[in-house]
Design a binder for this molecule. Structure first.
Ligand SMILES: [Zn+2]
Length: 155
């Protein structure tokens, strides 16, 4: 199912973990609508802003998958409100520039998190209902799987 010009539902629901464990990661109707809203309001405008392909590395996590991966119960990934993406071949600095361009645009979002685990970086972005979006920008660094957060997009 195509959600917007450049995004398809299966990009958000496929999961190597779900496949390996035989977990059904089909979104509920409500979560499917949230994914579509995320694409329409936030991801498609970002795609048009940066004009290069975005690879969704983590999208929807249904209840069972979220438990399996140890995700927080309040994770926006479990509500269809968030996704993680990368742009291939632009390196850490390039990814930071993408995060900065989103921050400096007028594109609505709830949270934009530049995530860095030391080996790789990715961008977490979420969208909630109109009027509920905080447009909060954070940087997350991981130490032995523990995330620490700083305000702003920082190297
Ligand atoms: Zn995420």
């Amino acid at each position: 199912m195509q959600l917007t010009n450049n995004f398809w539902l299966n990009e958000f629901t496929r999961s190597a973990t779900a496949e390996a464990k035989g977990i059904d990661n089909t979104p509920t109707e409500q979560h499917k609508m949230a994914l579509q809203a995320l694409c329409v309001a936030t991801l498609q405008p970002i795609r048009e802003l940066i004009n290069v392909p975005m690879i969704v590395t983590s999208g929807y996590r249904g209840r069972l998958l979220n438990i399996e991966v140890g995700g927080s119960e309040t994770s926006q990934h479990a509500k269809g409100e968030a996704c993680d993406f990368i742009v291939e071949g632009i390196g850490k600095v390039g990814m930071m520039r993408v995060a900065e361009r989103i921050r400096d645009s007028i594109i609505p979002f709830d949270q934009l998190i530049f995530e860095d685990d030391g080996d790789s970086v990715w961008i977490h972005i979420s969208y909630k209902r109109i009027g509920e979006n905080r447009r909060e920008c954070l940087t997350a660094r991981f130490n032995n799987g523990e995330a620490s957060y700083e305000v702003g997009i920082n190297m």
